[in-house]
Design a protein around this ligand. Structure first.
Ligand code: HAM
Length: 429
């Protein structure tokens, strides 16, 4: 029988990669919390209708990429393709925006999209995100962008570019839609199949087409369709980013893949991420989403970053957490030694050391070799006689120096060795 394989488009996180992963998640939590964003968790699956109405029925995500199913009670459910609608639903259903505005929340977790798997693009992937709900201001748009920017700074990632655009208010978009239709309708025969459909369903998405790139380059920009208020709103966002020292590139073709955006939209790009998957993250303002989901109108803004892509960038640039703390192997010799070793390991851990117990029935030289190979900094050896005397022998595995000491002094001596201090002179054996 062939062994069971991992499902297509998914990843395992194995111990060798876990420290980098945890560091990325921890750093985001720290930076976001430092700006006042509190953790929320929402279900991995939600009503399919939420994404159809919120994310948008005409988007690729909803049209082609959802993992949808019917539960045993006949309810239409979908594994979340993104966090924003669920987080907004959770905040508004709990009336948090009535206690304070804006409600600042952050999240981290797996998302699911049935996109064609390739490097940096998976069926299951993780996002780090945040949402600021209940306030319509350019200040808040600039704030969420700043958190994303400071996060990359804290990681030390270089080469990220901030792409910025505005989609204005609904009336602005309607004017822009008309301008796009005027431009594209005469070109209908030259459009790809997808774009012909977009022309009918969602003309803004025409700008997203990679195949018709030449036509996209000639398409009108949104600027002339914007009202003076929308223009001023966007100018203020840019001014705030300038004030914060955050460089940005105006990108009038940036329409984003989801339907709910209004005003500011942005993406963080990195040229080293391959092909079309060069966006590390994206976000923007989505003032209309609450109403679409059946809640009172509530403005909001936020972003999400792809964790696999961020981790890939860190790896490529040699960034990561400090080396894992040094640890000590505690090796029992014989049955009585094994029992005593378990107690020694417990005491070392109580004293704050990282101690891994090897109480298997095998020879000491094998245990020592394994501890060295696995990277232990020191090994404590506990035999029957020593156990009876309340002593243990420990060995510095890098220098080979060996000494015996009373068990109650062990933690103190080892702490020095784990920190790289020279082995104390003298000794009892
Ligand atoms: P999004 O641009 O669809 O935005 O996704 C954000 C990020 O998730 C992408 O830039 C990318 O790094 C990562 N990502 C998306 N799809 C995949 C995939 N199939 N495999 C690996 N990584 C992927 C959103 O999801 C919005 N909810 C962002 C937002 C929050 N807007 C406002 N608030």
């Amino acid at each position: 029988m062939p062994p069971i394989a991992r499902p297509r488009g998914t990843n395992d996180l194995l111990p060798a990669d876990a420290p980098l992963w945890e560091w990325v998640l921890g750093t985001h939590a720290e930076v976001a919390a430092g700006h006042g964003y509190d953790l929320v968790e929402t279900p991995l699956f939600e009503a399919t209708e939420m994404y159809e109405r919120g994310t948008g029925a005409g988007t690729d995500v909803v049209e082609k990429e959802m993992f949808s199913f019917t539960d045993r009670g006949g309810r239409a459910l979908t594994l979340r393709p993104e966090g924003t609608p669920g987080v907004l639903r959770a905040v508004l259903a709990a009336h948090l925006e009535q206690e304070r505005r804006p409600v600042r929340v952050r999240y981290a977790g797996p998302m699911f999209r049935y996109a064609r798997p390739q490097a940096g693009r998976y069926h299951e992937f993780w996002q780090l995100g945040l949402e600021a709900i209940g306030e319509r201001s350019p200040e808040l748009d600039a704030e969420v962008i700043e958190v994303a920017w400071r996060f990359h700074e804290r990681l030390g990632v270089t080469g990220v570019s901030l792409q910025l655009n505005t989609l204005g208010e609904l009336e602005d978009r309607l004017r822009y839609r008309a301008a796009l239709l005027d431009h594209y309708r005469p070109l209908r025969d030259r459009l790809c199949e997808d774009c012909r459909r977009r022309l009918e369903v969602n003309p803004l998405r025409l700008l997203d087409c990679k195949r018709d790139a030449a036509l996209v380059a000639e398409a009108p920009e949104i600027g002339p369709s914007l009202s003076p208020e929308s223009t001023a709103f966007f100018a203020r966002v840019r001014e705030l980013l300038d004030g914060a020292g955050i460089p940005h590139t105006l990108n009038p073709r940036l329409v984003r893949g989801l339907d709910y955006y209004a005003h500011t939209t942005f993406e963080l790009w990195h040229e080293s991420l391959r092909g079309a998957q060069n966006a590390v993250g994206g976000g923007g303002r989505y003032d209309g989403l609450a109403e679409v989901l059946g809640f009172p109108p509530t403005p909001a803004t936020g972003y999400a970053l792809g964790v696999e892509r961020t981790v890939a960038l860190c790896r490529e640039q040699g960034l990561g957490p400090n080396p894992a703390p040094a640890w000590v192997a505690v090796l029992g010799i014989g049955a009585a030694g094994n029992r005593a070793a378990a107690q020694v390991a417990r005491e070392l851990r109580r004293a704050g050391l990282r101690a891994l117990l090897d109480a298997a029935e095998r020879r000491l030289d094998r245990k020592l070799a394994a501890a060295s190979r696995q990277g232990a900094r020191a090994a404590v050896m506990v035999g029957e006689e020593e156990a009876a005397r309340g002593t243990a022998t420990w060995k510095d595995l890098s220098s080979g120096t060996q000494r015996a000491c009373a068990v109650d002094r062990l933690a103190g001596e080892l702490a020095g060795v784990l920190e790289g201090a020279p082995v104390p002179a003298g000794g009892e054996g």
